[in-house]
Design a protein around this ligand. Sequence first.
Ligand SMILES: Nc1ncnc2c1ncn2[C@@H]1O[C@H](COP(=O)(O)OP(=O)(O)OP(=O)(O)O)[C@@H](O)[C@H]1O
Ligand SMILES: [Mg+2]
Length: 350
Amino acid sequence: MTNEKEVRQALQGVIHPGLKKSLVDLGMIRDIIILGESVELTLALKAVQGPLRNRFVSAIEKIVKELPGITQVAVKITTLNQEEIEQLFPTIPLKGIEKVRHFYAVASGKGGVGKTTVAVNLALAFARNGFRTGLLDADVYGPSVPLMLALPDSLEEKEGMILPREKFGLRVVSLGMTAGETDAFIWRGPLVSKMIRHLLERVNWGDLDYLVIDLPPGTGDPSITIAQSIPQASILIVTTPQEVSLIDVRRSITLFQKHNLHIAGLVENMSSFRCSHSAQPIEIFGHGGGEKLSRETGLPLLAQIPFDLELGRSGDSGMPLLVSAPDSETSRIFLKVTSELAAQAGEVAR
Ligand SMILES: Nc1ncnc2c1ncn2[C@@H]1O[C@H](COP(=O)(O)OP(=O)(O)OP(=O)(O)O)[C@@H](O)[C@H]1O
Ligand SMILES: [Mg+2]
């Protein structure tokens, strides 16, 4: 017997050609009802007679009819509301990111779990694997990327466009570098969104394979608003192994999913501690949180990063681990994750 979850999973295969995401992730498939051998669902489009309507309906019918025990499919059509249309199909093209191919936003339900550390080192690992990579520090509460990369807190402009700072092979922009521009902003939801869109429009990111985005902590509005400003972004969720951290992380996963944002997977940080006195890694922050969450949510556990004093120290000194010790065991974990993400996206390093 097929259930709603299986219908949703199967329909992940119907991709919107313009937005390059599945109709399920875009929130365009709704109200799935299964009655015996028949499935009824609603497809939400920009317009009832939209140009892609027939294509979507036939793809949905074909896929659903192939599910075990299903012989009939009824697709009702509805329209997206104005807010959803603006969200999914921004009217002003974001000029600055036109030539960016993939976006990964690093998030967590909790502060201090190592989001920035992961974002910075992942970005550097993409660059080291030969990809053209940018890093956007979108932490509205406390942008810390300038500190981790020892960058000045200002940006330069050329021909009306902001230029990212170049460091260690990355192009970097941080909210901490935009003091002059952001003075007037109070960080509330709509303004956060406006500021991020402004940065994505006005920063000349140029040709990039990857743009890694460091999101603020928590499940509050800013993370969701920022992620929604870049609907094509995939989210990477950072967690630590202990149960208390999982509670917040679960909440943030639910929230991202509710807003139809695609979650690429989980990264467990501070998994274990290797010390010179013991051959066995010590699990200071508990055990198995990432694996447990992965089983519960069906999200892949992409990496387990150990508690590594050098990783912490290097970040705090402006010379991240991927730069100071690129061949270390921990650096290799970051390199492996980026290779895997690239392989998933069918990308080949240049
Ligand atoms: N695996 C690790 N091993 C050792 N130290 C780490 C590790 N990951 C992060 N740290 C250290 O922990 C502290 C917090 O990390 P980081 O700033 O990356 O967290 P964050 O989640 O971005 O925090 P915030 O919520 O404030 O943005 C930093 O001093 C960092 O160097
Ligand atoms: Mg941070």
